[in-house]
Design a protein around this ligand. Structure first.
Ligand code: ASP
Length: 645
């Protein structure tokens, strides 16, 4: 059977990789970025053995004697070479006269990507030879002296951005990959945004930048942590999944407003848009409520947003968790486009269609639908078949496609049972046009919504691959999701509870009584920030009452409170009311730069399987080096061969 790759992604149950819809022109974007930092006058040439950067020279420099350092980008017929540094490209004229034979030899023999230093005069290019596409295209350098600083061996790949290379190769030679304009753009934009965030938090709002330990102990609940052996037999540190406990303790310590560009570690296995170590902009403050934190983050993003993007509009819209699930089938909706889930149960109260009847006869049965704009034009018969198969295999649900144009119900014999009045009512409720297709399902509310939520995203991707412009690639659509439940049923044992955010999250003030009667129904003061369908931040107002915290940990979550005795004790010594949030910096920058993967915005990321392909970490340790830690490796039988390597 036809099996489109977008559906196979779904089958594998992978979380959605972050996508971009247009290919930015890295070189010009990058140029603008460096120039924008230049407006604030950083001194690029201080302390260095050069007078200028390659990218800064213009006609205004004509006649100046300059010294430049850079990499040989390419050479043309032994007469010109183009020199590159972080700032841009400049053309260098290779001298041809006998007296400069040694300079010519160096510049003609040095392989591409060798590092050279040249000194000479800025001259204008001969008339007609200017290159308007190059910012330095009006001038060139008449070289007097040249020095080969380091020769470059044959490269494993060309540095040029347009050359396609596998990601494994890019990661293996990351230091070469970093020379590309794309990587330079991403890392410099990241640095500029972080700088503006620091400015906003520390200088404008009095936050204190505080480092917290990375050697810590296990935290109950939440993600799996990395362990670090210690020299005490049987004792381990854990790498923190976030500085959560420390930042709360800083509030108890009266620091009032904390932030940190914090490295966090989660041993969660491989996911396309996750990394085992990642960075958060971690924030906590005292005497604040949910709206205070939301305004702080809106201001922070507005202030740090790159100048070359459309400005961030605040306040961001807010939906409740319940609304998000009902309308988009997910708690991180992509609000750049419609195709919302609509409840159409009432249209089908008297239907003869078996599976709809069946669903509606059950206590919480519903009929729900999404409308695929111009679906009749863009979707093929086999797409509909794949959608139906996916719904059956993964949700045990039926999908009924309804073509609004009655003559086109080719794939749906059941649709003939839809009465004309029902069709008209559908058109009215769903605001559909002639060529649209409605995908309809029936069943229990949450299940129907999450199926349609998945299909909504997949159909959007599909329509876009077929040429429809559904999501504006320049649009950044922020959304707050609030009023989460405080607890969710545990995945491995649904009769037990786990925190929807983390165990330090305060209950919604109007639901505190439910903690003692129906804890499952209690909402929390947890808020998530979503951007274009990706969760980029989350936080909460915290519990600052030791007794309530102990009750939630011990009675509701069945955690060992001894592990958190330090925190419980601290809450008893005059802990102020406090709350905070953490923004996922890697994901945020990935979306801002339109990168396909978070690995593209991290200088030295781990591979999909959590390996450093450049250095080969993690690596084995000889048994004698493990001795001080009182550790012995128990080798799984099938990895003996691997060990032999
Ligand atoms: N520590 C939380 C997290 O990493 C964020 C927070 O609640 O502030 O998700």
């Amino acid at each position: 059977m036809y099996f489109p790759s977008w559906l196979s992604q779904l089958y594998k149950g992978l979380s959605r990789p972050i996508r971009r819809t247009t290919q930015p022109i890295w070189c010009s974007l990058y140029r603008r970025l460096v120039q924008s930092s230049q407006r604030r006058n950083p001194e690029f040439n201080s302390f260095a053995v050069r007078t200028n950067t390659c990218g800064e020279l213009r006609s205004s420099h004509l006649g100046q004697e300059v010294t430049l350092c850079g990499w040989i980008q390419y050479r043309r017929q032994n007469t010109f070479l183009v020199l590159r540094d972080f700032h841009g490209l400049v053309q260098v004229v290779i001298p041809q006269d006998e007296s400069a034979a040694s300079v010519k030899k160096i510049l003609c023999e040095a392989p591409v990507e060798s590092v050279v230093r040249v000194s000479g005069t800025v001259i204008s290019r001969p008339a007609g030879q200017e290159n308007p596409k190059m910012p330095t295209g009006e001038i060139e350098i008449k070289v007097k002296t040249a020095e080969l600083l380091n020769a470059c061996k044959k490269l494993p790949f060309e540095i040029k951005d347009f050359m396609k290379k596998t990601e494994a190769l890019r990661l293996q030679y990351r230091y070469l990959d970093l020379r590309s304009f794309q990587m330079q753009y991403n890392l410099r934009l990241r640095s500029q945004m972080v700088m503006k965030m620091r400015e906003y938090l520390c200088n404008l709002h009095g936050f204190v930048d505080i480092e917290t330990p990375t050697l810590f102990k296990r935290t109950p609940g939440g993600a799996k942590e990395f362990l670090v052996p210690s020299r005490e037999p049987g004792k381990f540190y854990s790498l923190p999944q976030s500085p959560q406990q420390f930042k709360q303790l800083l509030m108890v310590g009266g620091l009032d407003r904390y932030f940190q560009v914090a490295r966090c570690y989660r041993d969660e296995g491989s996911r396309p848009d996750r990394q085992p170590e990642f960075t958060q902009i971690d924030i906590e403050m005292s005497f604040v409520d949910q709206t205070g934190i939301q305004s702080l983050i809106e201001g922070l993003l507005q202030y740090s947003w790159p100048n070359d993007k459309d400005p961030v509009v605040v306040p961001f819209p807010t939906v409740t968790f319940t609304e998000a699930l009902a309308t988009y089938g997910t708690d991180k909706p992509d609000t750049r486009f419609g195709m919302k889930i609509i409840d159409i149960s009432d249209v089908f109260r008297n239907t003869e269609i078996g599976f709809l009847q069946d669903a509606l006869s059950k206590p919480h049965g519903t009929v729900k639908a999404i409308c695929i704009p111009e679906g009749a034009k863009y979707l093929k018969r086999k797409d509909i078949e794949s959608i139906r198969k996916f719904a059956a295999d993964h949700f045990n649900q039926e999908i009924l496609p309804v073509f609004l144009n009655a003559n086109r119900n080719w794939n749906s014999p059941v649709a003939n049972f839809i009465m004309e009045s029902q069709r008209l009512e559908l058109i009215r409720l769903m605001d559909t046009q002639e060529e649209d297709v409605v995908l309809l399902t029936a069943g229990e509310h949450n299940k129907a919504c999450s199926l349609l939520g998945k299909l909504r995203l997949e159909c959007a991707d599909l329509l876009e691959t077929r040429g429809m412009v559904l999501r504006d690639p320049t649009l950044f659509s922020f959304l707050w999701v609030v009023d989460f439940p405080l607890f969710l049923p545990k995945e491995e044992n649904p009769r037990e509870l786990e925190s929807a955010h983390h165990p330090f999250t305060a209950p919604h003030p109007s639901d505190i009584h439910l903690l003692y009667t129906e804890p499952k129904k209690a909402r929390s003061q947890h808020y998530d920030l979503v951007l274009n369908g990706n969760e980029i931040g989350g936080g909460s107002i915290r519990i600052h009452n030791a007794e309530l915290q102990r009750y939630i940990l011990a009675t509701l979550l069945k955690e060992d409170v001894k592990m958190l005795s330090h925190l419980l004790q601290a809450l008893d010594y005059g802990a102020p009311p406090h709350g905070g949030i953490a923004l996922g910096l890697d994901r945020l920058i990935c979306l801002v730069t339109g990168s396909p993967s978070i690995r593209d915005v991290i200088a030295f990321p781990k591979s999909f399987r959590g390996h450093d392909l450049m250095s080969n970490a993690p690596d084995s340790i000889p048994p004698e080096e493990l001795k001080p830690y009182h550790i012995r490796v128990s080798w799984p039988t099938d990895s003996k061969a691997e060990r032999a390597h």
